[in-house]
Design a protein around this ligand. Structure first.
Ligand code: NAD
Length: 260
């Protein structure tokens, strides 16, 4: 249902972003992937997306903590792919530390990537969407956009901000054929989760098994990690015409975490 449309998915060289890029490609959209990683692996993913969508897939390595690189990415999307119809703000990072020891440069980087980058992508995307009278803006927020956990001050702050940005922009563009929503996963098994286990072990003085069972899955009533495919399927649904009246929503995919 997305033939002729272009989707930009930030942070899509890995994890949830890559899963969303694949789902939107399978729906027929041209895709722009973004993020860091090994050049050969990224090229392989890009080529695979072109097989999936039977159209175009491009890679842009913009560092989203740099507003000028975001601007250049949108200029390129306008020139090569007719603009961005579907914007998925997914790139994000985590850092785990007690607030009094939280490295100032980590705080600044997490706010820049997990929150401010979405302000920049949105302000570049909205004018083109308004012209076409159609657009979809989706953020990968988090259960941490609704509730907190200790030692994640920057992440929880940024994700609560992202939920607020989503609601605000949804109201501004409500009559323009553009919907703005966020998806809030619980723990999804991706490199982001795997990589925070060692620091959580240190911060909480726990073993790896204790971190997985007593911290990560403790609050997830289903006792299962969410899958990348489950998040991607919801993103795909939000791009459909049937979802035209879902806007300003924060949609939980968290195994019941935030119901508790
Ligand atoms: P991931 O680490 O697998 O992927 C992160 C992506 O962001 C990668 O493609 C990486 O290259 C990219 N990236 C990092 N810094 C960047 C920068 N400066 N500029 C551009 N790209 C950059 O992580 P993931 O688990 O797939 O997380 C994706 C999103 O989902 C994040 O916003 C995260 O907060 C959110 N999330 C994840 C979980 C989870 O349990 N994994 C739960 C809730 C929300």
């Amino acid at each position: 249902h997305l033939k002729g449309k272009t989707a930009l998915v930030t942070g899509s060289t890995s994890g949830i972003g890559l899963g969303i890029a694949k789902a939107l490609a399978a729906d027929g959209a041209n895709i722009i992937i973004n993020g860091f990683g090994d050049a050969a692996a990224i090229e392989a993913e890009r080529a695979a997306l072109e097989v999936l969508n039977g159209g175009k897939a491009a890679y842009d390595g913009a560092d989203l903590t740099r507003p000028e690189e975001i601007a250049a990415m949108f200029a390129r999307a306008d020139k090569d792919l007719g603009g961005v119809d579907i914007l998925v703000n997914n790139a994000g990072m985590q850092f785990v530390s007690p607030v009094e020891d939280f490295p100032v440069e980590k705080w600044d980087m997490i706010i820049a990537l997990n929150l401010t980058a979405s302000f920049h992508t949105i302000r570049h995307a909205v004018p083109g969407m308004r012209k076409k009278k159609w657009g979809r803006i989706i953020a990968t927020a988090s259960a941490h956009s609704l509730v907190a956990s200790p030692f994640k001050s920057a992440y929880v702050t940024a994700k609560h901000g992202l939920a607020g940005l989503t609601k605000t922009v949804a109201l501004e563009v409500a009559e323009a054929g553009i919907t703005v929503n966020c998806i809030s996963p619980g723990y999804v098994w991706t490199p982001l989760v795997e990589n925070q286990i060692p620091d959580t072990m240190k911060a909480r003085k726990m073993t790896r098994e204790q971190v997985i069972n007593d911290v990560l899955l403790a609050g997830q009533p289903t006792k299962q990690f969410v899958t990348v495919e489950q998040v991607a399927a919801l993103a795909s649904f939000l791009t459909r015409d049937e979802a035209a009246n879902i806007t300003g929503a924060n949609l939980s995919v968290d195994g019941g975490w935030t119901a508790a």
